[in-house]
Design a protein around this ligand. Structure first.
Ligand SMILES: NC(=O)c1ccc[n+]([C@@H]2O[C@H](COP(=O)([O-])OP(=O)(O)OC[C@H]3O[C@@H](n4cnc5c(N)ncnc54)[C@H](OP(=O)(O)O)[C@@H]3O)[C@@H](O)[C@H]2O)c1
Length: 333
């Protein structure tokens, strides 16, 4: 049996992604399942790793991709809770851009009844990230005023829906007014990213920062209320229109924010960060997050566009040039 995959052999632009066919090894560890993939989720981190800036990425050549939806093809000897033919979603910790994947049973969930296969492929990373940021780290409550930096993407749209459900006063940033409706549709107020520094309100309780730069850090801290929290989610400031900008990279590294214990104390704020992969590696957290995913069945992942797998380079171009809205998926069938 053969499988088709998208492979990163050398770091570079979107065209450096290569499609390859290879022999499929169907031998499974006792706790693994084999999945016939229908959809693979595309994440901003895939661009970061394609450019060679992702420290957790495996050595080249490797298959990127953190999440899939599809049907079970085979189960390992110790897997009792999944059947062949069942529709599932799964987290893959690399390897997800492939027509067939192996996944540990703890990273697989039956597709909840109210979701389509497309929606299931769009959920694992966005849900896990949004849930951990807002509920486990942010401990958000109804009275909170919240700002989401990456509001129009996969993670952002799930965050906005969760915050709308809680009843928070929510704001979202975008680089373009064209995407404002993707923020207002969830009852949030849109603000242009480059105008936020002049935004008059200084009483945000929780801000998600996906840029990672000193400039945005200063802007965001300035807008926190007493006891507010800023959470680092990403480093998009290192990427300029899909290119590893050496100037921006150097600037980001040189100006990476540093903090003093005295400053935290005197200014009454909290700075936090998250690497979802570390939670994902812990079966206890995988179980908690999947349980919560089923409980949050009101969420509707915003799917921007679905690309046939052989148009993966175009999908990356659209994402890195900020043309995408919501979640992008690859289709294998
Ligand atoms: N730490 C973790 O474990 C973790 C987990 C998941 C995601 N993340 C991070 O969270 C952020 C959102 O992830 P996502 O998958 O939801 O992203 P996404 O769907 O790709 O959305 C990214 C959005 O961010 C905006 N953006 C800001 N700076 C950009 C830049 N330099 N180049 C291109 N777009 C830029 C764009 O929105 P506008 O056009 O509206 O400005 C874009 O649509 C990313 O930074 C990602 O790396 C981190």
């Amino acid at each position: 049996m053969k499988k088709t995959s998208v492979v990163i052999k050398k770091f570079g632009n979107a065209q450096s992604l290569k499609i390859e066919e290879s022999e499929l090894d169907t031998n499974l560890e006792p706790d693994e399942v084999l999945i016939d993939v229908h959809y693979s989720g595309i994440n901003f981190a895939d661009i970061v790793m394609r450019l060679g800036l992702y420290q957790d990425a495996p050595p080249k050549p490797f298959i990127p991709g953190y999440e899939v939806s599809g049907k079970i093809l085979k189960v390992g000897d110790h897997v009792k809770n999944f059947k062949v033919g069942e529709s599932v979603l799964a987290g893959t910790r690399f390897g997800g851009y492939s027509s067939v994947v192996k996944a540990k049973k703890t990273h697989v969930l039956q597709v909840p009844q109210n979701y389509t296969m497309e929606q299931a492929g769009a959920l694992p990373v966005s849900f896990m990230t949004a849930y951990l940021c807002l509920f486990e780290i942010g401990r958000i409550k109804k009275s909170d005023k919240v700002l989401i930096d990456c509001a129009t993407g996969g993670v952002g749209s799930i965050c906005l829906q969760m915050l709308e459900k809680i009843g928070c006063e929510t704001y979202g940033l975008s680089t373009t007014k064209k995407k404002f409706k993707n923020i207002t549709q969830y009852g949030a107020t849109p603000i242009l990213r480059n105008e936020f520094k002049d935004f008059p309100d200084k009483d945000f309780n929780f801000i998600i920062n996906s840029s990672g730069s000193r400039e945005t850090t200063n802007e965001h801290i300035k807008h926190l209320d007493l006891g507010g929290q800023l959470l680092y989610l990403g480093v998009s400031s290192m990427i300029d229109n899909g290119k590893k900008s050496y100037l921006k990279l150097a600037k980001s590294l040189i100006t990476v924010p540093w903090f003093l214990s005295f400053g935290f104390m005197m200014n009454n704020y909290t700075i936090s960060g998250i690497n979802v992969l570390n939670y994902f590696d812990d079966p206890k957290w995988a179980e908690i997050v999947f349980k919560k995913l089923v409980e949050h069945s009101y969420l509707k992942p915003s799917i921007g566009k679905i690309y046939p797998f052989d148009q993966v380079s175009q999908a990356h171009l659209d994402l890195e040039q900020s043309k995408a809205v919501g979640k992008l998926l690859l289709h294998w069938k």
